[in-house]
Design a protein around this ligand. Structure first.
Ligand SMILES: O=C(CO)COP(=O)(O)O
Length: 136
């Protein structure tokens, strides 16, 4: 599964702790992240992560492009709902694309906990079926 990990600045600590706690699950998957989030996770864990631009510089849009191409299976995006972001339109666009393409999107730690355990159990295997169908 291809998984995107993204966190706004005030949520980065949550993301690092999440990645450390669930490194044993995440390391079975292909990981992508916006620039700074990816750098911090790489420094805190042994996970290998493909890093895009930082969010404000287009990283959310790069991840959105993968979603539109059916090349992303899950997005874990710890959003900061209390701070204005200069690239708010990009954030909205990314979440919108998740809804357009039925991509599981967790926007906070509580939801991400459910996703990660579901991932471990194989609850998201249906993504493989969708992708195989799309390739036909
Ligand atoms: O701003 C972000 C997502 O909208 C995250 O970007 P960084 O991971 O580069 O901080």
């Amino acid at each position: 599964m291809k998984i995107a990990l993204i966190a706004h600045d005030k949520k980065k600590e949550d993301m690092i702790n999440f990645a450390i706690a669930y490194e044993y699950i995440l390391n079975e998957h292909e990981l992508f992240a916006t620039g700074t989030t990816g750098k911090l996770i790489s420094e805190a864990t042994e996970l290998s992560i493909h890093r895009f631009q930082s969010g404000p510089l287009g990283g959310d849009q790069q991840i959105g492009a993968l979603i539109a191409n059916n090349e992303m299976d899950m997005v874990i995006f710890f959003r900061d709902p209390l701070t204005a972001q200069p690239h708010e339109p990009d954030v909205t666009a990314l979440m919108r694309l998740c809804d357009v393409y039925h991509i599981p999107l967790a926007t906070n730690l509580a939801a991400a906990e459910i996703f990660i355990h579901g991932l471990e159990r194989g609850d998201f295997k249906w993504r493989e079926i969708i992708k195989a169908k799309d390739k036909k």
